[in-house]
Design a protein around this ligand. Sequence first.
Ligand code: FAD
Length: 257
Amino acid sequence: MKLTSSEPFFLVKNGIANSYPSIRENLDTEILIVGGGITGSLIAHQCMEEGYKTVLIDRREIGHGSTSATTSILQYEIDVPLHQLIDLIGEKAAVDSYWACYKSIDDLKKIVRQVKYDCGFKKKESLYFAAVKKDVGWLKKEFEARKKIGMPVKWLEADEIYKKFHNKHSYGGIFSEQGGSIGAFQLAHDILAYNHEKGLKIFDKTDIKKVTYKQNGVSVQTENGTTITAKKIIYCNGFESTEIIKDKFINYFLLMQ
Ligand SMILES: Cc1cc2nc3c(=O)[nH]c(=O)nc-3n(C[C@H](O)[C@H](O)[C@H](O)COP(=O)(O)OP(=O)(O)OC[C@H]3O[C@@H](n4cnc5c(N)ncnc54)[C@H](O)[C@@H]3O)c2cc1C
């Protein structure tokens, strides 16, 4: 008996919400966005809000990258804890990053309302707990770092966590009211449909063959034999960025941990 599926959950749940044509003509634009997942959709939305002539392409259907596989958790924490990020990039940059992420959950709520997507976004409380005793020390250090910059966080002891969340397997943790959940796949589709009506050009099933960087922009040859010229190109192609950006900017060892 087969009990699991290899299909991404949201593809099964939502199907293909909208499909767009592949590119058939040469285009000239201010901004070209490569990738129509949740990142490309949000960037396209911002570009359109700021009045830029924008084109978005995706080699597959919209949202068929990792956006179709998320477990929908919205959290303000970056993978690196604040106290460690301060050591890595300095206090100002680390604190600004944490506040930007903290604020982004409320920004997302505004976008959700704007594009009239209302089936999925929920603000939720969040708990970052120590599942093993040895993690309590650094988690408390992290709590202090967040408290020091004024974040409304609270330390909960194991018994308080049990009372509130019925979680028997914690040794204490950081509680916050800032968190949420969202269906990123559907949101990406809805953001793009909203902006498509406002003039955003979208082409799926459109892959890149070659990118030529010029002094005043880029020229992109697509697999379909057309050319897109743009003043700026923004790569939002997720895990596949390494195919195009040759600099070694991903530490695979860290990703596997
Ligand atoms: C199992 C799983 C669970 C996850 N759970 C969570 C979670 O709970 N919360 C959370 O915040 N994150 C979660 N993530 C991470 C999250 O899904 C990703 O960070 C997010 O979806 C990335 O979105 P993206 O738009 O950057 O990339 P993608 O969704 O991968 O989109 C990239 C797009 O670029 C396109 N593309 C690639 N190369 C080209 C090219 N050359 N030309 C044209 N198009 C191209 C692809 O077809 C794709 O559509 C999870 C990830 C996985 C795999």
